[in-house]
Design a protein around this ligand. Structure first.
Ligand SMILES: [Zn+2]
Length: 420
């Protein structure tokens, strides 16, 4: 065989392997009576879904202050016929019993937003089929999708073998705290985890590791007149940040990427005529590769220590958030083969969502699903709608796409609660 024939053969073989991923979705599934009627429910009540979506968006829910939104979700779970409870973290959970014999499937949507209470979260603009408000996509759309899917499942009396847990989590934006706490409190209770978060697009089955640190440099401080040669936290921070940006990252196009951002938040003195006593800046470091995450973090800390020593100041690091990495793509090869991944891909295809070719499923993710991935639970995250500008005041979401967001939950519920 000449080399081009070999390449062609390899390509054909790998395509065959790709289409061979196991799936719980079948063409017959959406034709099942109750599945069909649950899907029809979403269509028939879409206006209500959008109305509720706006309502949820307008309930302020900064991380750690989700109680008002949680109370709303709990009341709606109750109205839908479940018996929800709010746990000590503030998560709202409700179980819908299956007939038995299937895995317990957890659908999780985080309730919190990154916006402080002072931010107006009113949906001020609705035009050309879009909604505009901080948090309208991330993650109010998922909370609305989850509630509507639950109503559809109940109205249609959807038969499932496994139980379904409907879970609205807190503090996802602060390091997946609610999800980690829920898994800790409910050890062994989750068979499969689907986090509802992110834009509609690839199904994500890995975990992007994220380290958020606050680097702090301190010294006694000095009046400008007496500052010559005095230990200077500002110079240390400046030297340190310059140093951090010399730490090499993987080449663009390398299979595993990493990124850091030093100084996203900074604090220093308050007056012109003094060397401040304390200077801080944050570092946001991200990669899916556990070892690389560790080695880059070590390199960053060592730049801080060197700068502190050179400037005669004290250095300390405070953790803001530490979210573990799920592993390199090759470590997750087995995960791609779990039916939870291909089922979600097939469901989106069935709903005519155009997944990026060759990137239908990606071994990364930075959602509540990460907590499942690092705990060894088959976990994915799948999107809520199309939109842009998450974590900014200019966030917007496409209304119609949330119909797919809600329908996929119904189809996943039907498909994934069947026994292996
Ligand atoms: Zn989110």
């Amino acid at each position: 065989m000449n080399p081009s024939r070999i390449a062609c053969f390899v390509l054909t073989a790998s395509l065959a392997a790709q289409t061979g991923y196991p799936s719980k979705f079948s063409a017959g599934l959406p034709e099942r009576g109750e599945v069909k009627s649950a899907i029809a429910y979403i269509d028939a009540h879409f206006d209500r879904q959008v109305k509720e979506w706006i309502r949820i968006t307008e309930i302020p829910a900064p991380s750690g202050q989700e109680s008002e939104r949680a109370a709303y979700v709990k009341a709606e779970f109750e109205k839908a016929g479940l018996q929800p409870a709010i746990d000590p973290s503030g998560n709202v959970a409700a179980r819908r019993k299956g007939s038995g014999g299937g895995p317990t499937l957890v659908f999780a949507a985080h309730m919190d937003t990154v916006f402080p209470r002072s931010t107006s979260v009113r949906v001020t603009k609705r035009e050309n089929g879009t909604l505009h408000a901080p948090g309208v996509g991330d993650n109010s759309a998922s909370v609305a999708n989850l509630l509507q899917a639950l109503r559809a499942i109940q109205a249609a009396n959807l038969r499932t073998r496994g139980d379904i847990v409907f879970l609205a989590t807190v503090q996802e934006e602060a390091g997946l705290k609610g999800m980690y706490a829920w898994l800790e409190r409910n050890k062994g209770a989750t068979g499969l985890l689907v986090a509802l978060d992110g834009s509609l697009g690839p199904v994500r089955y890995g975990a992007l590791g994220i380290y958020w640190s606050r680097m702090k440099f301190t010294a006694p401080g000095a009046h400008t007149n007496r500052s010559r040669g005095a230990p200077n936290p500002v110079r240390a921070a400046a030297q340190c940040i310059t140093g951090i940006y010399t730490i090499p990252l993987p080449e663009p196009g390398a299979p595993v990427q990493a990124i850091y951002n030093a100084g996203g938040m900074m604090s220093a003195g308050e007056i012109v005529n003094a060397v401040p006593r304390e200077v801080t800046f944050t570092v946001d470091l991200r990669t899916v590769d556990k070892e690389l995450l560790g080695s880059l973090d070590d390199a960053i800390v060592s730049k801080c220590e060197q700068a502190a020593q050179a400037q005669g100041v004290t250095f300390t690091r405070e953790w803001i958030m530490k979210s573990a990495a799920g592993g390199r793509p090759e470590d997750l090869a087995g995960r791609r083969g779990h039916p939870i991944v291909q089922t979600a891909v097939d469901v989106l295809r069935y709903l005519k969502f155009d997944l990026p070719k060759g990137h239908e499923a990606e071994p990364d993710g930075s959602t509540d699903a990460n907590a499942g991935v690092v705990n060894g639970i088959p976990s994915i995250s799948t999107g809520r709608c199309i939109g842009e500008g998450q974590h900014t005041l200019g966030e917007w979401a496409d209304i119609e796409s949330a119909r797919i967001g809600a329908k996929q939950i119904v189809l996943l519920a039907a498909a994934l609660t069947e026994p292996e």
